[in-house]
Write a new protein. Structure first.
Length: 67
């Protein structure tokens, strides 16, 4: 959970307004499909669900930096 009243998605949107070239990688304890269906996450965003393996984290960072 993010502290205060801002969500991770709101933080990412604000950060992207300030720096459009910023790469965003979300992490969550929720399943990706559930987050998309609930409207909390747009399709196509980079998301790692928790318990994150180092190999998986490294691959997602490479994907974010390429994209």
């Amino acid at each position: 959970m993010m502290p205060g009243s801002i969500s991770g998605r709101q933080l990412a949107i604000e950060a992207l307004h300030r720096r459009p070239s910023l790469k965003v990688l979300y992490t969550s304890g929720h399943e990706k499909n559930a987050m998309v269906q609930d409207g909390r996450l747009d399709r196509g965003v980079l998301l790692l669900t928790k318990r994150i393996a180092k190999v998986e984290l490294a691959e997602m960072i490479r994907t974010a930096l390429r994209g």
